[in-house]
Design a binder for this molecule. Structure first.
Ligand code: SF4
Ligand code: SF4
Length: 446
């Protein structure tokens, strides 16, 4: 059998050798320059005896693959299986309200109607809708209920009603059940945290925008009410009382607040919850120039020069986080699957309209159904199913990042190119490449 390097491998020089990662299998190897040269020589003349390490590089590790294997077909099979979800979760993002008590200037929901709130009738109808969905789609193994908004904790009454209703529904259909919340954290008090805990609370995502001063300048309430101290107090409370095992701290950064992020990491480290906080660093694209409630916004695609600053900052924050004992991600992904592209997933807006992507909420043209129309099949919106079209060029180019990107975020593509973005990739290859090479070094280098 003849071998070649997998198309999904990327390399990073490190300490007199090379780190190699396969994005499809996740395998990582370190090779001295001499060893790598031996392999490359052998690949060029495979009638010679193979070097010892060849066996370790083939098989499950997938670093070297048979020249007869169509790797793109293997990739497609894996993605299709994951998307269609045999024994899948059903992910329900429930939006009790579009209102929010904060006034963050960069909010992606700015420009839409933020006044709508869910009525009890819509909530009850959502339960009926899901009950029917579970009857039609029998392969679902668990219900994952995620509260999102607006700020979901502005409607604690809906959360209190929804949790027993959906967990009982899951029980009735013999499905596992767990809940999550994406919140700004200011209203997360002991009572509601205890209630979430009683319903198998698995995840809380809370956003911080830098150290106390930077955060309060960006994530403030009415009359510039500061929010940092309250959010930290609430985060500590849910961890100290063991309402939840871990908190996901999403740290937004852009070119304006980047220099305040190291101070925030230092601050969080001093709190001493390193093994109970997962930090994620998210770049906020400040080049959003226009949003409108009926259509797309216009995001200027992040340029390579900007990408280089973003990746340097991202890796700088990861390095500092690692030094302070926080875990750092194995890789930065931009896809290929998300709640908008997997089969069994839906966003229910306060008025009962259904969407696939949580970033398009409040834009009626992205509605694809309503909880009053009981489902007859899975939650399908064709516009988020153009995977083949979106990745055609990526495949032609044999992009090694395909398994962790798959054409990138559809919504970013729509924001960047308008309606045609649904069919196009949103390519951030220079960013993915520099960040993932840096993470490889950070996780596996010396
Ligand atoms: S399309 Fe983009 S924004 Fe929407 S859910 Fe997927 S990754 Fe998120
Ligand atoms: S969008 Fe760009 S980075 Fe992503 S898979 Fe396609 S070519 Fe690669």
């Amino acid at each position: 059998m003849k071998y070649e390097w997998s198309m999904f491998c990327f390399k990073q020089k490190e300490n007199g050798g090379t780190l190699i990662k396969n994005t499809l299998t996740g395998s990582v190897v370190y090779m001295s320059n001499q060893m790598l040269q031996e392999i490359d020589d052998w690949l060029g003349a495979q009638d010679l005896a193979n070097p010892d390490c060849v066996d370790d590089l083939t098989g499950k590790n997938g670093m070297l693959v048979s020249v007869n294997i169509d790797e793109l077909s293997v990739y497609k099979k894996i993605i299709t299986r994951a998307r269609n979800g045999k024994d899948a979760f059903f992910t329900l993002h429930l939006l009790p309200t579009m209102k929010c008590q904060l006034q963050c200037p960069y909010c992606f929901e700015n420009g839409i109607n933020k006044k709508s709130s869910m009525s009890k009738q819509i909530l009850f109808q959502s339960v009926r809708w899901l009950s029917r969905y579970l009857e039609v789609n029998t392969n679902i193994s668990a219900l994952r209920l995620v509260f999102f908004g607006g700020e979901p904790l502005l409607r604690k009454n809906i959360i209190r009603l929804a949790l027993p209703l959906f967990s009982n529904l899951a029980k009735k259909h013999r499905k596992k059940f767990f809940c999550e919340i994406i919140t700004n954290g200011e209203l997360l008090d002991k009572k509601i945290a205890g209630f979430l805990f009683q319903h198998n609370w698995k995840r809380a995502q809370i956003t911080l925008d830098g150290d106390k001063d930077a955060h309060n300048q960006r994530r403030f309430g009415k009359n510039n009410r500061p929010t940092f101290n309250k959010i930290i107090e609430n985060m500590r409370m849910i961890l100290d009382l063991n309402f939840i095992e871990k908190v996901d701290v999403r740290i937004n950064f852009d070119l304006l607040n980047a220099d305040s992020i190291p101070a925030l990491i230092n601050f969080l480290a001093k709190l001493g919850y390193q093994d109970r906080m997962d930090l994620t660093f998210a770049f906020v694209n400040l080049t959003v120039t226009k949003r409108c409630s009926s259509g797309e916004c216009k995001i200027k695609t992040t340029q390579d020069s900007e990408n280089s600053i973003v990746s340097k900052n991202y890796l700088r924050f990861c390095q500092i986080a690692k030094t302070h004992g926080f875990s750092v991600p194995e890789e930065m992904v931009a896809g290929p699957l998300c709640i908008a592209t997997i089969k069994h997933s839906v966003v229910i807006q306060p008025d009962g309209n259904l969407q696939k992507c949580f970033c398009s909420v409040g834009r009626p043209k992205y509605n694809f159904g309503h909880v009053l129309q009981l489902p007859v099949a899975y939650a399908k919106d064709r516009r988020f199913e153009m995977f083949e079209k979106r990745t055609r060029k990526c495949k032609e180019k044999k992009c090694p990042y395909l398994p962790i990107c798959g054409g990138g975020c559809i919504w970013d593509s729509v924001c960047s190119s308008g309606k045609s973005g649904l069919e196009k990739p949103f390519c951030q290859k220079s960013l993915l490449s520099s960040v993932n090479q840096g993470l490889l070094r950070l996780n596996y280098g010396n």
